[in-house]
Write a protein that binds this ligand. Sequence first.
Ligand code: PLP
Length: 281
Amino acid sequence: MSVVYLNGEYLNKDLATVSVDDRGFLLADGLYEVTSAYKGNFFRFEQHIQRLIRGLDFLRINYDPVDILEMHLRLLAENKLEDQEASIVYLQITRGVAPRTHCFPPEETLPTVYAFARDFKRPDSKRWGQGYAAITVPDNRWGRVDIKSIALLPNVLAQQEAIDSGAIEALLVKDGMVLEGSHSNVFGVFNGVVTTHPATHEILHGVVRGSIIELAQKMGMAVIERPIALDEMRGAEEIFFTGTTAEVRPTVYLDGCPVGDGKVGPVTKALYDKFRSVVDK
Ligand code: PLP
């Protein structure tokens, strides 16, 4: 039985209901956040909440996340996930329930706040060591993808295209540049330099992305944030994606062609090992 949080209450998921007039349901008018926990310890919790607050301010949704850590911890406890190797809390905040209009509802409308927790399974080291495939697709998203909006249709379609072609991630391409994955950030390694798109409005400022940049620097690797052309990415020595549940995912095939020698590269492996040693400590 899964216990979820809905508007101040902790209840059995089967009993949690949201109005059909919710603006999240009708208009995708809301935000979400996904935070990982390792044996009950949240990873970079403050950064997730700062990203959430930035999004709430941008969307002008009036919600004060004052008890948010307590709520996250309680969800882990209610679902007996405190000792779990890896779990997540998904949090979604919409502009609330009101008769459908495009403009904002009356000021007194309360946001709908929903959250659930679940474990997530990492691939075993053998599977991870084989690497993964990705395809490239056009980036059809809006201009503020740094806001973690629940309006994810282009991401959904991109990801499904990847699955339909036997890959696990879709690399989004805009004006000839590779930006990020459908639900992850992307890095390329060029002459040993760990390279990723800068944290502009064109990508989500991933929490794991930030952590990997810091770890790479601490490990003495050269790191640069700059736009990467698709043609250049096709010649990368290594490619990997990062994200809260993907952690660090090596890509050994891009559009059916091998990346580098078609094997998981040493930079990706070293960064993943370091990341694991930080989160699993
Ligand atoms: N980029 C996109 C489009 C995402 O949806 C996500 C995660 O959901 C990420 C990047 C990775 O962000 P994070 O590392 O904070 O999970």
